[in-house]
Design a protein. Structure first.
Length: 211
């Protein structure tokens, strides 16, 4: 039941974000992040998408209970997405004087993205040692590597867009991160409940992920 709910939520999120990009012609999706579209006529699609991501992620986090702090970081991610949905972003071009809502949205978004990036790596490493996750291990590992690289590029694009050349394709970078994150979460949702408790050192974790 939890698996079906998670997958349904992620499907709703992808559909909502895709429709938002399709019906809104006022912003450039390569330049503007998904959350900026909340200010357009059909901005409710963004809110629906964020709420769906939060709900689906929370369901995956429930399945990951018992896997150590990686599972709790999924709860942090889900909570941050919920906050980002409640506090909308400002329209584009307001970098120097953001509203309180935009400030809360931005902090929640970056805290959530960072928490999820760490959780994905952690849970992928732990999951590789769980017999119930064996069939998903290769896919989860590939997606973990891809999402980690994408997150770093997204952070670089944000810095460039905010304080350097202001030309980085921030919207594209964010959409790639979101797509990879949702793909990992969806695949994790199909795995059996909860990998075993984590053990070993950080070096062991890194070694396991590389293998």
């Amino acid at each position: 039941m939890t698996k079906t709910f998670s997958l349904a939520c992620f499907a709703v999120a992808v559909l909502a974000f895709a429709i938002s990009d399709a019906v809104h012609r006022g912003y450039d999706p390569l330049a503007e992040t998904v959350s900026r579209y909340v200010n357009l006529p059909h901005g409710w699609l963004v809110t629906v998408g964020l709420l769906a991501v939060a709900a689906g992620s929370a369901a995956v986090a429930v399945r990951a209970v018992g896997s150590g702090w990686g599972g709790w970081l999924l709860h942090v991610w889900a909570g941050c997405v919920l906050v980002a949905a409640v506090f909308p972003a400002d329209p584009p071009g307001n970098w120097s004087r953001p509203s309180l809502s935009d400030g809360v949205h931005g902090v929640a978004a970056w805290t959530g993205f960072l928490a999820l990036a760490i959780a994905i790596v952690r849970l992928t490493v732990v999951g590789r040692r769980a017999s119930a996750w064996v069939s998903k291990a290769r896919g989860l590992t590939v997606l973990a590597w891809a999402s980690s690289v994408a997150f770093v590029l997204f952070a670089v694009a944000f810095v460039d867009r905010a304080v350097l050349t202001h030309t980085a394709p921030l919207g594209l970078a964010e959409r790639i991160v979101i797509a990879l994150n949702l793909a990992w979460l969806a695949l994790a949702a199909t795995a059996a409940k909860s990998p075993p408790p984590a053990s070993g050192t950080m070096a062991r974790m890194t070694s396991d992920l590389v293998k």
